[in-house]
Write a protein that binds this ligand. Structure first.
Ligand SMILES: CC(C)(COP(=O)(O)OP(=O)(O)OC[C@H]1O[C@@H](n2cnc3c(N)ncnc32)[C@H](O)[C@@H]1OP(=O)(O)O)[C@@H](O)C(=O)NCCC(=O)NCCS
Length: 168
């Protein structure tokens, strides 16, 4: 099963691809955006946080990772996390590994595509995402995907935006 966007295709990530995802997160052009404080996790810690259900689809209510593909080439990852069924809300994350693949509209399209899928097939009403405020490229991409900043907050001394997109 793949999910088709305008520029990208999302394919569920498999358990075999966890090491690739780990590399994207910890040893790519995107690493300092994901680990702002420079504290990059060891593989064991990473796989404790990113539990198996993200990759084997065994607990869709708890989250799922997708590979972002451009012309069949994997460029990064987008995911949703634990679904809150009290208000049908869910947090999203995204990473595009190489700088050359950024600023081409792929991140915006990947988010729009995942959000549409979550609204249509998992009865989600509200998606949210929390970039570091000074990550202007991320904030801009999320705004283009339809997210709006509803508040800012400080986490570990760093200002972050809380951005939301509601099912109209
Ligand atoms: C954040 C990310 C997902 C965005 O995806 P993307 O494909 O690069 O984004 P898009 O090309 O769709 O849009 C980027 C927008 O930001 C703009 N932009 C780029 N650099 C910018 C900067 N320094 N300041 C302001 N805007 C900037 C681009 O011009 C573009 O807007 P435009 O289309 O109006 O011109 C991707 O860059 C990424 O994964 N980066 C590394 C990891 C990361 O930051 N993850 C997010 C953690 S919350």
């Amino acid at each position: 099963m793949v999910i088709r966007g305008e520029k990208v295709v999302l394919r569920p990530m498999t358990v075999d691809e966890i090491p690739i995802f780990y590399n994207w997160a910890t040893q790519s052009d995107a690493t300092h955006f994901w680990y702002e404080d420079g504290r990059v996790p060891a593989y064991e810690e990473f796989t404790r946080d990113w539990e198996r259900h993200y990759f084997d689809g065994s607990e869709p209510e708890k989250g799922r990772c997708f590979v972002i593909l451009v012309n069949d080439r994997p460029i990064g990852e987008v995911n949703y996390n634990d679904i809150n069924r009290e208000d049908n809300s869910v947090e999203l994350d995204i990473i595009i590994a190489k700088d050359v693949d950024t600023r081409r509209g792929y991140g915006t399209d990947a988010l729009k595509t995942l959000v549409k899928h979550l609204f249509q097939h998992l009865h989600i009403q509200l998606c949210w995402i929390e970039p570091v405020a000074k990550n202007a490229r991320a904030v801009r991409a999320y705004e283009k995907a339809g997210f709006k900043t509803t508040k800012t907050f400080i986490a570990n001394g760093v200002e972050c935006n809380h951005m939301e997109l509601r099912n109209a």
